[in-house]
Ligand binder design. Structure first.
Ligand code: MN
Length: 259
């Protein structure tokens, strides 16, 4: 935790000539090495921050890696501003609830109806937003395997007739979602695939479903590049859906449903 010292050093460097700065830097290092107690007394450590159960996950690819389908600026704002804001609000809401802090996002959403208002609505929106976006980043890939996996492929054919029919129904559900929300391929408690859409940041976990593929339908996911053309965005994002990840999620959900 030497950030305060680094900051004050940077401040000092800004206001000094280069020569004076080098000299001052040398003396600061000596003082820090020989008299750490005095340095700490001048800069007492800040009070411990409140617990932060949720953190922004790293992406598995660069912000520009999904171009031309999803532009770098949209990805960066979506990840660092929108997703971060859901995390900050969720952490703030959970600050005084140490028992709830121990639960995962999925567990909180599965048990959302047992949480009293107004906390329930806050967690529904912000823990929902965190869980939905965490899945979204994983389900995207720059050069994805286009073919469906050996387990999910036949399951989609059984449920929807064909992969083409599945895509048509998914795009239809996405276009019919009025306002903001998500379109999902989920597994229900009985192990069956369900194609459905949720408003706002409502999560499939809230109704006992396990999401396998999710597409963000909020305008912040596409407005910079596609403006009001949601259909063009859906066609584009189809090129960067990570079917290997979908297969892994399907297998995990199927094992849980069977067990
Ligand atoms: Mn979003």
């Amino acid at each position: 935790m030497n950030q305060p010292r680094d900051l004050s050093r940077r401040e000092a460097l800004k206001t000094m000539s280069a020569g004076a700065a080098i000299l001052a830097l040398g003396s600061m290092q000596v003082r820090a090495a020989t008299a750490p107690v005095a340095a700490n007394a001048l800069n007492p450590p800040p009070k411990a921050p409140p617990p932060q159960p949720f953190r922004l996950p790293q992406l598995n690819f660069a912000y520009d890696a999904l171009e031309p389908y999803i532009d770098a600026r949209t990805m960066e704002i979506h990840h660092t501003k929108h997703h971060q804001a859901y995390i900050d609000s969720a952490n703030r809401a959970l600050a005084e609830y140490s028992q709830l802090q121990k639960k995962t996002a999925e567990e909180l959403l599965q048990g959302i109806n047992e949480i009293p208002e107004p906390l329930r609505t806050t967690l529904r929106n912000h823990v929902g937003g965190h869980a939905n976006h965490s899945l979204f980043w994983d389900i995207l890939a720059p050069r994805p395997h286009k073919a469906l996996g050996p387990n999910l492929g036949p399951a989609i054919e059984r449920a929807f007739g064909s992969n083409e029919a599945f895509k048509i129904r998914l795009v239809d559900a996405a276009m019919k979602r009025f306002g903001s929300g998500w379109v999902w391929l989920s597994m229900n408690r009985g192990g069956k695939l369900e194609l459905h859409s949720t408003p706002n940041q409502d999560s499939p976990y809230m109704t006992g479903f396990t999401p396998i593929v999710g597409i963000d339908l909020w305008e912040h996911a596409y407005y910079l590049n596609y403006q009001n053309r949601r259909l063009d965005y859906l066609e584009a994002i189809w090129n960067v859906l990570n079917w290997a990840e979908a297969e892994a999620r399907f297998d995990k959900a199927a094992a849980a449903a069977a067990g």
